[in-house]
Design a protein around this ligand. Sequence first.
Ligand SMILES: [Ca+2]
Ligand SMILES: [Ca+2]
Length: 306
Amino acid sequence: MNDNNTLGYFYNADVNCNGVTEEQDTGLNQRSIYTDLDYACIIGECFGCITGSPGDGLVKDSSANLNNFYPGLTTNLFYYHAFSLTDIHTALPKQIYQNMQGLDEPNEYPLAYHVDVDTGYTGFLTVQNDTAANDYDDFKFSVPAQCDLTMNISNISISDLMAHIVDSTGATIGTIVHSAGASTIQFMQPLSAGNYYLQIYGKPTTTSYLYPYNFTLTCGSSGIPEMNKNNLLIYPIPATDQVTIEVPQKATIEILNIQGQVIQQQQIQQGKTDMDISELAKGVYILRLFSNDKTEVRRIVKEQYL
Ligand SMILES: [Ca+2]
Ligand SMILES: [Ca+2]
């Protein structure tokens, strides 16, 4: 490829940033490139701008397509169509939609972005190369010691966002959780120490990239009665017909199922409260406590009488 400063308004002036224009540069299609990265091509197309060579006027579209040079990459392709040579040269950097498609989060576990627990992140749902396909966004994280992982996803703009935890072999742990029309998802999954993936996916719309989702992974310790910084005490675990909660000040207690739905709520006073859980089915639940602008999340286990 050559960089160009002939007419002064081309964005490909000095593309290799060495201070020299009008020189021949070696493009990606001529380089030995990494194969463990996710690649996307945004290809300008301006039919009729250059007689007999569709493309953006710099390169033919076939030359811009990395799949023609690295068949093993399966690069995602996104096209920007323009109506004049000047338009496509100057307008492509302003095409947020195509650029967001090109910057989409990887959809393969080996390429997943690393995320940390107790940290907030933002992700984007963008229309894929196959416009009918889900956008799969894969993230990887590590759990240093056994914990109850709580997953929160908020600001969901599509009708059904799905999420699940995947182990290092690619097998789903627990269940796939659906937002099913809700704007948030919360679920809890006990995990042992190790490396995991989080996959968030759904069918994007042409505008969903404008409304990014937020997500946080938090890791709490498993439930044996213990005092924590809020002096919250919960016992017994597992429990059968009631669970006792001790708090240093009045609080609101919610019990959620592992799909994140609130199924029981109660105001409690300072001291000891017995909470009736006899109506709950056997299983694992999340107990969430709100008090003085603080939130605590714990796991409780409901057992049946034998
Ligand atoms: Ca995405
Ligand atoms: Ca993706």
